[in-house]
Structure formats: C-alpha cells, structure tokens
Design a protein around this ligand. Structure first.
Ligand code: PMP
Length: 415
C-alpha cells in the first residue's frame, strides 16, 4: 500500500512512559511487542512492580492483627492504598472504599448483599445491551433467587446508548440500574450522568461498572451521581487480584455482610455475631494486601502524569486507528459512537476474528478476538465475534501503523 497517512503528532512524551514498562522492550516471535490488549489487562510500570517487590522483600506481614512493627507497617500501607483510591475517585470517606479481588467480585457483592436485602419479586433491574457478562450474570443469579425482573436498554447500531430509548425501560418498578461506564467492546462512553438522573427520578439506585471508565476518564463518583462504582486494579496498570467497590456510606451501612470470617466482625459468640463497621464488614479474611498496595502505586504513577495529556494521547490513538482501519478494504469498524474511549472492535470480511488474531500475533501484535464476554451484545450487533484493539497510555501511532500493516498482510494470508 502506498497511501500516505497524516499521522498525528502527539506532544505527549510516550517514549518516556514506555521506558517505565519493562515488558514493552521485549520481542514476540522475533518481532517488537505491539500490545493492543490493555482493555483485557494493562501492562505494569516499574513503579508498581517495585512497590510489590518492596512489600514482599521488606515490609510484608498480615494486616490489622499484629502488634509488631512489620504488621503495623503493612497495615499502614494497606490503609494508605485505600486513601489513595478514595482521593482518586473523590469519595467522601475511606469507609466507602471496599477492597475486593476484582470488579467481578464487587458486582457479585452488590448483587448478593444489596440485591438480596432490598429487591423482591417484581422489582426491576435495568441493564444495557452492551454489558460484560460480569454485569449480567450476577443479576441473573439474583433474579433466580428473588423473582426480580431484568430489563435491557437497547444499543444503537453505532454502539451508542440512546437516552430516549433508555428512558423507555426505566419506570416506577425500577429499583436498580447497573450499567457500564465505558463499553469494553465498543469503547462507547455511556451517558452515565443523564442515566443516573433518570434512575434517581424513579427512586432507583445506580451502579456503574467502571472497569474501562476508570482507565480512560477522570472519575469523580460524587460528580457522576452514582450510588455504586466498581473497577479492577489490573486494567488500571495495577496488580491482578485487587478490585474496588465504592458505595455511598448509607448503603454500605444498610447492606448485610457478603462473606463471614475474620476481620469483618465486632464480637463473636456461638449465639450471636455483630459486624464491624464498613469497609471491614465486607472484607472477610486476609485481604489482598500486596495487591492493594500495588494498586496504590499504580494510582501514584497515574497521578504523577498529566492525565489530561494522557487522555488526549489515547483519544488521538483511537481516532488514528479508526481512520487507518476504516481505509483497509473489507474491514468494518464495530462501535463508532460519537463519545468513545480507546477501544476499537472490527471485523474483516472473510476472516474469522480468531484466525486474524493468530496471524497478527505472528507480527508481534496482541489483540483480542471473540465475544469479549459480551455475547448478548454480539447478538444485538448481528456478529458472532469481533477483533478488538485497545489502547493504553504507552501505545504509539507507530503501533497503530503496525496493526494496520499486519492486517493488510493477514488479508493476503487468509483471503
Ligand atoms: N466489566 C467490564 C466492562 C470489563 O471490561 C471487565 C473485564 N474485561 C469486567 C467487567 C470484569 O473485570 P474482572 O475480570 O477484572 O473482574
């Protein structure tokens, strides 16, 4: 192909950023690694890796229990991570920050505690057609247990959520709205503030699945107007095994515990047990101590950057990728909503997404292929699977070129 492309010049110092991520220097199949799967899980900067190593090598002990120096240090570091999360999302209090093992567990926690305590047969939960299975299946389990009803707001062909259509599925029976902040398949940024207003107008609560939103948008839970916000640390450049449930204090106070065990109690007798105050009430057992501290380090890392410049860089990558991919004959973009974050799905005529991803891998390009844990969305869009490129703060315009060039080469092999 001899077309010339107007490659945007980013003023963001991506070379410096990349130097922070050791894995980006490696090769795959003898080719430079082009990592375009950050929506599944992001790579980790040295600052996070070092923070985790430091805990294990110098500051490790269980938390909340020991009266000795190391345990006190571990407790202080674990609780400091909670404060970092609080500040990052502008929650009112650290007691509103519950550590979980991930977003999936956080959603299950809300369904199992808030859902079982406050929803009954006939009550309605509104989801959208773009949800990840993690934000569908826990509500189905709740439906099966309580007889509540799931209502689904449709997705437009371009991947948008139309607020007028959304308003049609919300009503006096709605008790909870549970929706993605940003779609992991389409990159659509949902109109969450407007939807929160619709939910509150009928007296419903709203939970945002912020797995992708927290990465690409500034999140202020008070500004967003939501009641619950959940996310995973590993997509935010932090470790696996750590997630966050933020909920308004009054809700956490009213919710029964999720799991029973050590640390979540006030007093225990065989006759009766009383609960600790939130967040401890929801953190039974030894928590993910090191992972939480690693998440705190990831937040420190992000705070050390100009996050507006990061967002502009990611948006520029997305726009360039959309332009380049759309120019490849036979490639169709899936997800072209006006408000999008750095995720792009596409299909290539005549090539199965899995085959495409396998061929791209031989060029060192890591993309995801399949239903992306969103089978109902695939059905709504009339596709069985897509290929998805997703961008992180460390990606470059040259990597978008590498993707586009590898796709053209893949066409030669597959078609
Ligand atoms: N929701 C969305 C929008 C996601 O992208 C993901 C991860 N792909 C999840 C939920 C589940 O996150 P985790 O597997 O980290 O619990």
């Amino acid at each position: 192909m001899n077309k010339s492309f107007a490659k945007p010049v980013s003023t963001f110092d991506v070379a410096n950023i990349r130097a922070d991520f050791p894995i980006l220097a490696r090769t795959v199949h003898g080719k430079p690694l082009v990592f375009l799967d950050s929506a599944a899980s992001a790579q980790k900067p040295r600052q996070v890796i070092d923070a985790v190593t430091k805990v294990y090598s110098q500051e490790y002990a269980n938390v909340h229990r020991g009266a000795y120096y190391l345990s006190e240090t571990a407790t202080a570091n674990y609780e400091a991570a909670r404060e970092k999360v609080r500040a990052f999302i502008n929650a009112r209090s650290v007691s509103e920050i519950v550590f979980t093992k991930g977003a999936t567990e956080a959603i299950n926690l809300v369904a199992a505690t808030y859902g079982r305590a406050f929803l009954k047969a006939g009550d309605e939960i509104v989801l959208t057609a773009v949800e990840h299975h993690s934000n569908i299946v826990p509500w189905q389990l709740l439906r099966d247990a309580t007889g509540c009803v799931l209502r689904i707001a449709p997705v437009s062909p371009d991947g948008s959520i139309d607020i007028a259509e959304f308003a049609k599925v919300i009503g006096p029976k709605t008790k909870l709205v549970a929706i993605a902040h940003v779609s992991n398949v389409l990159g659509t940024v949902l109109p969450v503030r407007e939807i929160a207003d619709l939910a509150h107008a009928v007296g419903a609560k709203i939970m945002l699945d912020g797995c992708q939103g927290i990465v690409h948008r500034h999140v202020d839970v008070q500004d967003l107007g939501c009641d619950f916000y959940v996310f995973s640390g590993h997509k935010l450049y932090g470790p696996t095994g750590i997630g966050v449930l933020w909920a308004r204090a009054a809700l956490l106070d009213a919710m029964p515990p999720y799991q029973g065990g050590g640390d979540m109690i006030d007093t225990v007798t065989f006759a009766k047990t009383t609960w600790a105050q939130p967040p401890a009430k929801f953190e039974a057992g030894t928590p993910p101590i090191v992972q939480a501290i690693g998440l705190g380090a990831a937040i420190d890392y992000l705070n050390s950057l100009d996050r507006i410049a990061v967002a502009e860089h990611e948006d520029a990558l997305l726009r360039y990728a959309m332009t380049r991919l759309a120019q490849i004959p036979g490639v169709r973009l899936i997800g072209t909503a006006p408000h999008k974050a750095a995720v792009q799905s596409f299909v290539m005529e005549g090539a199965h997404p899995h085959d495409l991803a396998t061929v791209l891998d031989r060029h060192g390009v890591c993309v995801r292929a399949g239903h992306h844990c969103a089978q109902p969305l695939m059905e709504a869009l009339g596709v069985t699977a897509t290929t998805r490129a997703s961008f992180g703060l460390y990606n470059t315009m040259e990597e978008v070129d590498a993707l586009a060039n590898a796709l053209v080469r893949a066409q030669e092999v597959l078609l």
